[in-house]
Each structure stands twice: as C-alpha cells, then as structure tokens.
Ligand binder design. Structure first.
Ligand code: ADP
Length: 361
C-alpha cells in the first residue's frame, strides 16, 4: 500500500488544456473518489496516475516515488475499467491468473493468490466457469479479482459500475466498499455518480472543468459546500437555489426575495457580505418544513410525488422551481399554497457573481 500525491498537475491535448493545476493528496489506505460531470477531466487524471497518459506539467507520486516517467507496469497499480473485457475463452480461474502467468510468477504463488482473491470475492464455486456462464455482477467481481491477485499498492477504478443495472450497481458499490474495508488498499475511484461518491468515499474530490472545486469527507462536503457548483452537484434531489439581496441590519442580516419577503441570513454567514449584495440562498429539499401562513417562502404546489417513504413536492416560489422532501405524507394538490420554512441552521448563502459561499470571517 502507498499514498498518492498529485501535485500541480496540468494536461494539454494539443493546445487544449483539460487539467488546470490539480493537487490531491491521498493517504495510504484511503478510498478517494474523483467525481464530476462528464468531460471534467477525471478519467484523464486517473489515466495519468496509471501511466496511460503523459503528464504535461506537475508531478505524481506513488508512495515516495515520482512516477511521471515510470512505465505503467512498473507502477504497482491495478486498474478496473468500465469495460472489464474478460477473456471469453478462459475460465474464471485463468482470467484471474492471467497477469501473473504473463509475469511468469510461480505456479504455487498464482494458485495461492487466485484462491485468496476468489475467497474474498465469493467466487470460489465459479472458478471453472466461463464468462458467458456468469451474471453481470459475477463478471464484475472477476474483473476485481484480476486486480486483487496482483496485490498492488493502489487500485484504480474507472467508472466500474456504469454498465450494470441500477439494482446491481447498488449491490456492487456496497461490495467494493466492504472489499476495501477488508483489504485496506489505497484506492482511487472515478465516477460521475455523486451517490456513489457519497456512499463509498473516505475522501471526495469534486472536479469541474479541469479543476478541483472542493475535496474532503463526504458529509463535510454535503453540509458545507464551498460554492454553488458543489452545492448543486452533490445531493439528490439537488439543493434549491433562490436569488435574493442581502439586507444588513444592526442585529444581523436578512435575505430579501423577489416578492419582497425575507428570511434571516444563515447563521454560518453571520457578518459576511455587504448590504445590497446579490446572493443565492440555498436550502436542501429535506431541510424545508411546512410553516404557518405568513412565514417562510410562499410557494405554489406544482406536482406532488409520494414515493412511499417520502413525499416529494415540486412547487414554485418567485418563479424558482423548488423541491421539498417530507418524511410524512401530504395530499396537496396543484395550485395549493405552501409556506416552506427552511431550517435556519442548515441554509447556505452564496455570492451570486463568484458562486463562492459566504461564511463568517
Ligand atoms: P471525464 O472522465 O471527466 O468525463 P475526460 O478526462 O475523459 O473527462 O476528458 C476531459 C476532457 O478532455 C474532455 O473535454 C475530453 O473531450 C478531452 N479529451 C480526453 N481525451 C482526449 C484525447 N485523447 N484527445 C483530445 N481530447 C481529449
């Protein structure tokens, strides 16, 4: 096992810059998830870590060693891809053993490694089967087995679950997490799925347009997004954003909305921002409750979706589409007026222009 350091890395394809000075520090044994929308550069970064793509500028270290000029096979990493492409004419055992056979490892060592990996992955009974005789989840497990037998310093995962159906994806992400807890191997996992990032990561790295927007523990990022991009990207359904104007007064500040109503500025933003500043007030769907008339955000119900566990209500406030989630059941109908009351401890305030969060200095 080893730590991974990415230091001020840049990447150009021709004259197009796709990675714009990224630094990430991944501890030995940590499970780090690079997450961001398609095209933000996460696969390119992972491929540079694997040695499949040249680093234009900056340094990548695995353990203590700068690996910029180290061949992929010398980096002691193992990669699991989205298209795991098992060899169809080889058994599960041979698929897992293949890289060790190529490396001319000792037969006894190969058997011991494959046996151990198949035990960890619950593949023991399937070793003599061919890929076509396996379910999608079992094939994915064999692909992980191929990585595990190499006993690498670092696992790299490139959207390994995107080809699986929704139910299997949920199951496999729990399996990968459990596997990481057992093996403790440093892992870097790329996904566009923020739920995967939230549920699997020790550290989330949120990327956008070739830069790191924020990194940290999943719940910290969820509770304290650094900017509008992160606030809108992490969390599903997404945070509600309402434009407003900051109104300072001797005892604190309010945010005034387009309909003239106002709410106290978040406590976290106490003292931040200037009177008259254009801001975006953020509140997550689950941090809204229903208030008395003349309180909160007066909104008009558009659609109500009972999911069984929750009631999700789409409404409109000052022309902004809002979504709220309630644990209890409600039978609102379209056109009803709701007074949505944000939990004042859990609201967020962003500068409209820069998108940066406004927090107490
Ligand atoms: P992500 O994995 O976040 O979806 P990628 O790392 O695959 O994003 O791509 C980042 C950007 O780099 C995209 O705009 C993509 O079009 C571009 N890109 C990726 N590979 C190449 C390449 N070989 N040549 C030119 N542009 C590329």
């Amino acid at each position: 096992m080893a730590s991974v350091q990415i230091r001020e890395v840049q990447k150009y394809f021709g004259s197009t810059q796709v990675i714009r000075g990224v630094s990430i520090s991944i501890q030995d044994g940590e499970f780090a998830v690079l997450v961001g929308p398609s095209g933000c550069g996460k696969s390119t970064l992972l491929r540079m870590l694997a040695g499949l793509e040249e680093i234009t500028q900056g340094e990548i270290l695995i353990g203590e060693k700068v690996v910029n000029n180290v061949q992929p096979k010398e980096r002691d990493i193992a990669m699991v891809f989205q298209n795991y492409a098992l060899y169809p004419h080889m058994t599960v055992y041979d698929n897992m053993a293949f890289s060790l056979m190529l490396a001319k490892s000792d037969k006894a060592v190969i058997k011991q490694r494959v046996d151990k990996a198949s035990e960890v992955l619950g593949l023991g009974a399937l070793l003599q089967r061919y890929p076509r005789q396996l379910s999608g989840g079992q094939r994915q497990r064999v692909a992980m087995g191929r990585a595990i037998v190499r006993d690498p310093q670092v696992f790299l995962f490139d959207e390994p679950l995107s080809n699986l159906d929704a139910k299997l994806r949920v199951q496999m992400r729990a399996e990968i997490k459990a596997l990481h807890q057992r093996l403790g191997t440093t892992s870097v996992y790329v996904t566009h799925d923020q739920i995967e990032a939230m549920t699997m990561a020790d550290q989330i790295v949120v990327m956008h347009d070739g830069v790191v927007e924020q990194h940290g523990k999943p719940l910290h990022i969820y509770d304290h997004p650094a900017n509008l991009f992160v606030a809108g990207f992490i969390g599903s359904p997404a945070m509600n954003f309402i434009p407003g104007t900051l109104r300072r007064h001797p005892a604190g500040a309010n945010v005034e909305f387009a309909d003239g109503s106002s709410l106290p500025a978040p406590q976290s933003a106490h003292g931040a921002g200037a009177d008259g500043q254009k801001v975006i007030y953020g509140v997550r769907p689950e941090h809204l409750s229903i208030g008395e008339p003349d309180t909160g955000l007066k909104s008009i119900v558009v659609v109500v979706e009972p999911t069984g566990a929750n009631t999700e209500v789409y409404s409109s406030f000052c022309g902004v589409d809002m979504i709220s989630i309630f644990r209890e059941r409600h039978d609102f109908t379209a056109g009803d007026i709701l007074h949505l009351l944000p939990d004042p401890q859990r609201t967020h305030l962003f500068d409209e222009q820069s998108g940066k969060v406004l927090v107490q200095a």
